[in-house]
Design a protein around this ligand. Structure first.
Ligand code: SF4
Length: 366
């Protein structure tokens, strides 16, 4: 099953092209965990998370210096190499500086008919939620104007239900991972595949996958690890941790639990419910103070019995790097050993990380 999920990621461009051909619908690329994808789905379009590839960013290198976020640079590189030529639109939220820069960069350099900038408040507060609710309403209006179709209340309700089901299935996968029925790699591949497949199709796939996983014998777990990371848009780093004797039982990552923790509440005002879920409940350092994020991480650690923490931050990711000293201290105060990496997530880099990870796991084993 893991191989199949890996293949889904590899074939994501072909799958999106096929979906477009079969349905005649629009495909919309999104950055970050702050875009309420439900509205895109309710408009009958396919939201896909923009991701890069681990290859030389030969085209994007001509536009950006080497000291910028490798994730956004590699995603843009895919665009410049025409791998995203099926996109009808992109949604860029105001999250970090690098993502923000992608609005103008993609618009100016790539032939994409629709580009939308979604404002996201800087801090969480009642005013912030109300402000974001209004921006989400504007976003709905923008999608309607572009597509020429109304997004009905019923379609929004159905989309929320479908997305919530997907979150519940991914939460089950998270519990399976904690119990050893799924590896960290399998769980990560499930999250990533959910980011570019139609959610109803992914829900069916997940249902079958989890049914099969529930029948497995529980293998002995390795050293139980929590991983806290900025964007990891593939499962290679988790695979490395598990090859070295770790078992990733919990995560604090954008392409991980931040995508599926917390559902959208049922509410008479779905726009308020979406604003609340995406602004307040996604524990992202861009908008949440360290002390509030630590409560979330502490709870995850306690529930999963993590024995050690690995922090992986992409080079130039200010959002995550600025909180690293606090995060490390907080984890160490709780008695957890911490291993830290900062880099670009290249093949060569991973080979140098292997020794450190093996030593860290041996140290925990005592
Ligand atoms: S990894 Fe960091 S710098 Fe890159 S897009 Fe995410 S938050 Fe921004």
């Amino acid at each position: 099953m893991d191989i199949k999920l890996d293949l889904l990621r590899q074939n994501r461009h072909d799958m999106a092209r096929l979906w477009k051909k079969e349905t005649g619908g629009k495909v919309v690329g999104v950055f970050c965990c702050n875009v309420p994808e439900e509205l895109i789905y309710a408009a009958g379009m396919l939201p896909v998370r923009l991701m890069g590839e681990k290859e030389e960013a030969s085209e994007a290198d001509l536009h950006f210096p080497s000291n910028c976020c490798p994730y956004v640079k590699r995603s843009f590189d895919q665009g410049l190499k025409h791998r995203y030529d099926y996109l009808d639109g992109i949604i860029v939220p105001n999250t970090c500086d690098m993502v923000r820069a992608m609005y103008g960069t993609w618009k100016m350099n790539l032939d994409i008919p629709f580009a939308y900038f979604l404002e996201v408040p800087q801090r969480i507060s009642p005013r912030g939620i109300e402000f974001f609710r209004e921006r989400i309403l504007d976003f709905k209006g923008g999608l309607e104007e572009w597509s020429g179709c109304e997004i009905t209340a019923k379609a929004i309700e159905d989309a929320i239900e479908t997305y919530n089901l997907n979150r519940r299935l991914l939460q089950s996968a998270g519990r399976f991972r904690q119990d050893g029925l799924l590896s960290g790699v399998e769980c990560q591949n499930m999250v990533i595949s959910s980011m570019f497949m139609p959610k109803d199709e992914h829900n069916r796939l997940m249902g079958a996958f989890l049914e099969e996983a529930a029948r497995r014998d529980t293998p002995p777990l390795g050293v139980r690890l929590l991983i806290s990371a900025s964007m990891l848009d593939n499962s290679d780093f988790i695979r490395l941790l598990e090859e070295c004797g770790g078992s990733v039982v919990a995560d604090d990552m954008p392409a991980g639990s931040r995508y599926f923790f917390y559902s959208v509440n049922h509410s008479s005002d779905p726009f308020f419910a979406l604003a609340e879920r995406y602004l307040v409940q996604v524990p992202c350092p861009r908008k949440m103070l360290p002390r509030d994020r630590f409560e979330f991480i502490k709870q995850v650690m306690e529930e999963t019995g993590a024995e050690g923490a690995v922090i992986h931050n992409l080079k130039a990711c200010d959002c995550h790097l600025y909180e690293y000293p606090y995060l490390k201290k907080m984890l160490q105060d709780l008695g957890l050993p911490v291993l830290f990496f900062r880099g670009e997530e290249t093949e060569a880099e991973q080979e140098t990380q292997r020794d450190d990870i093996e030593a860290f796991i041996e140290m925990i084993r005592g």
